[in-house]
Write a protein that binds this ligand. Structure first.
Ligand SMILES: Nc1nc2c(ncn2[C@@H]2O[C@H](COP(=O)(O)OP(=O)(O)OP(=O)(O)O)[C@@H](O)[C@H]2O)c(=O)[nH]1
Ligand SMILES: [Zn+2]
Length: 293
């Protein structure tokens, strides 16, 4: 049976892309009975009745699943933060990063509105950029995305599926709109093909850019640690995770335990102290939440 990718879901139809084929499918009745809902981003087995219509017969295993937007198999999140308006906050950045690490999604940290900064402020952002790069993260700085286009971002988008996320006002829509000139070719083709106007109904759609896919709608804008356990938190700080095996005690939470390799690294300046402070804050939040239940 042929395999394809659901690139759009609208009014009970799933649009399955299989190389050059673009097939309007219905889900098998069985899915409803089993309470399984095909999602945009799902890889599926389908049966085509002809070149344009078919049925989804089986959903292949999902790597992950986001709620908003409702989408499966996300590889990467473009985490947008503005340098100013709203002010850049490592606290908020770390909060997003923990969430993304826990979901096993690769982050790309994008810091927008660099054009608004004084030289001194710019140096500060450059320092943070180095800190996060040292941890192993990709960091991209950008000014006026609209004029800049997206050439700078294209290499990051290839061969994977991305979503855009970040708090309100940071420039997520601006980024998506900057991607659009590239995208319109694809969307136009698809719309004509389906004989309906473009963007008439709000829906999630995967758009191809270069050899990558991007969900055409901003994703989550806030995060809470609802499903993260205290013992796991340090795993989502890569620079702590790599040092944990050297802690004296198994199950070390890196707070007041003796011979903690993480705390030694903080004291020696190998781990940024603000990162460690955020770890402690998040740990406290997780423990508070536990006490409430
Ligand atoms: N100076 C400057 N302004 C920017 C930049 N990127 C976005 N903006 C402006 O910032 C404001 C917010 O941008 P949006 O793209 O709407 O932000 P958003 O993240 O989509 O916001 P929500 O829709 O509220 O989630 C708009 O007025 C943009 O024109 C930038 O790189 N430089
Ligand atoms: Zn420790």
């Amino acid at each position: 049976m042929p395999n394809g990718l659901i690139v759009k879901s609208l009014s009970g139809f799933y649009y399955v892309q299989d190389q050059d084929l673009y097939i309007q499918c219905r889900g098998r009745g069985l899915f409803r009975k089993q309470k399984r809902k095909p999602l945009v981003g799902d890889y599926v087995e389908y049966e085509a009745e002809n070149k344009t219509d078919g049925y989804i017969m089986e959903l292949l295993e999902r790597k992950n699943e986001l709620i908003r937007p409702s989408i499966a198999n996300v590889d990467q999140a473009l985490l947008v933060f503005s340098a100013l308006e709203p002010d850049f906050s490592t606290h908020l950045l770390d909060r997003f990063l923990v969430h993304i690490e826990a979901a096993q999604i690769e982050p790309v940290i994008i810091i927008s509105k660099m054009d608004l900064l004084t030289t001194k402020q710019e140096e500060e952002i450059q320092t943070y950029k180095e800190h996060y790069q040292d941890i192993g993260y990709r960091v991209r700085l950008t000014s006026n995305v609209a004029e800049q286009g997206v050439q700078w971002l294209l290499p990051d988008l290839n061969d994977r599926m991305s979503v855009v996320a970040g708090q309100s006002g940071v420039g997520k829509s601006s980024l998506l709109n900057a991607l659009k000139p590239n995208l319109d070719i694809e969307t136009d083709k698809i719309s004509t093909h389906l004989g309906r106007g473009k963007h008439t109904t709000r829906h999630v759609e995967l758009l191809s850019i270069g050899s990558g896919l991007v969900a055409d709608t901003p994703g989550f804008s806030s995060v809470e640690f609802t499903d993260i356990e205290a013992e796991d938190l340090a795993l989502y700080f890569p620079e702590m995770a790599s040092r944990m095996p050297d802690c004296k005690f198994r199950g070390c939470l890196h707070t007041s335990e003796p011979k903690c390799a993480v705390k030694v690294a903080v004291e020696e300046g190998q781990i940024q102290s603000y990162r460690y402070e955020h770890y402690l804050t998040f740990l406290e939040e997780i423990n508070q939440r536990k006490r409430r239940y």
